[in-house]
Design a binder for this molecule. Sequence first.
Ligand SMILES: [Zn+2]
Length: 592
Amino acid sequence: MIKSTITESKKLNHPLPDLTYFVKMTHPSSHLFEVGLQIEHWSDSVLNLKMPVWTPGSYLVREYSRHIQDFKAVSKDKQKKLLSQKVGKNHWEVETKEVDNILITYRVFANELTVRTNHLDDTHGYFNGAALFYFLPGLESTPITVEIIPPNSTWKVSTPLPAIPGKVNQFYAKDFDTLVDSPFEIGNHGVYSFEVLGKPHQYSIWGTGNIQPNKLIEDTKKIIEAEANLFGGLPYDDYLFILHLTHKSFGGLEHKNSCSLIYSRFYFRDTEKYNRFLQLVAHEFFHLWNVKRIKPKAIENFNYEQENYTPSLWFSEGTTSYYDTIIPLRAGIYNPKKFLEILGKEITRFLMTPGRKVQPLSESSFDAWIKLYRRDNNSDNCQISYYLKGELVSLLLDLLIRAKHQNKRSLDNVMVQMWEQYGKSEIGFTPHQLQQVIESVADMDLQSFFNLYVDSTEELPFNKYLNPFGLQLKPIMEDENMPYLGIKVQSENNKEIIKFVEKGSPASLEGIDPEDELLAINGIRVTADQLNERLKDHQADEIISVSVFHQDELRTFSVTLGQPQPSGYEIVQIENPSSVQQENLRGWLGKI
Ligand SMILES: [Zn+2]
């Protein structure tokens, strides 16, 4: 954090200023939040205001200040306009000589409905602190009061921040980090309170759909209990789930005492889709330990003005993804068979991503800021998600530890030790310290494991780790008669557009490009829907002609088709497993 010397000296000689944010929404349908910052007991000659460029949990510079308009600064008492100027994309400077009360006002356009941005319309207001509030460099630890002024008396406020006793819609944040970590939901949303392990919890649900709140609460309780059981209790006083139901969406953002979730409104009756939502709940909830308190060193203290690089997101996100799969199993939401089916699908996604051979896991984590959230049509050829590979490396580690210690130890012990050693005191861990904890639980040197599977692109040896549990990975050949071309095609406005060309595939070897418009195979028109069927009319090693428009130019390629490829992978039990293998599997997943 940037700390000016003026501010440092001020801190020594003067009391901290009082900071109060007011958030009004007079015309919600304008999508404009009207924000006021009142500063009292100010004593510096210059006031610096900075808007975060990103929000923790979503590792992308989003430039929140681009939504700010109508900035004004006045002395509150004298109502005198104060001179101000922008000195950076997210940085405002205000002259405050001999002014001790300041009122800053501005408006923030809020029409992006995601968990990490702001949304205001005539049905509700939702915001994240990083996308709405300035911080005062050097004064980040000053307490802040937030007052919400809804457009009418029927709108209520849900936030994990504590309410100030005796005040209406006023909340207390002990510092700027806490303000950023506390989303607000304002409107006529449904509020559902429940208790788990003696602590109050709440769902605040905006939007309608086929959700069944009582069932959701029962299943959420089981998830909370399973995770509390792993870590030994719940490290908060109360917890808030903000849930947005919308057209078609999926996402979550974790906080210390809350999370924001967004999901498709009609995805709650279908069991598969509902279970996917419960995995999202398990994921965001697990984060209250892993990443909100057990933090990589690089984000021990957030720098809100730039990228915060760490090679350890594979643990913060990937290991959390492994647990979002296994926790619902432990909570009785689904059975071991379903769990293995989900894992098989994750392994399929991994093995169908050629980028796994290009980008190491630690590099994927480090480059999150420029790659994971900025995908293009070559991404799958050169990147691997730290969520996905991190999940599968966590699976291997869990299996390795369990097999070596006959299930008396597991990745759970790693989580508990990380919690005891780093999480409880919120001391950031380094990659080396993480490896040390895993090695101490496994009771073995894992340097070569980390070299191969975290820091390089060696293939993950699934069968080696599944075998002690009597399991193996099996390719699924849905279309044994379909030779391999290596393109993905989508119909867009009556055009068949090639969206992906797999690196090393027959199509890529001849020079077919993503965004080419697919026209014909062997001179006859072909559509995205027909492509696979048409390929089945041919054999591997046969040469076909593929015609496309490449930037409006007609091109015809002679492509030699390849051998049929697996359409996926599944985890199956081996024939005649030994009693040790059966015992190991039971210890891991329970009775199958
Ligand atoms: Zn996550």
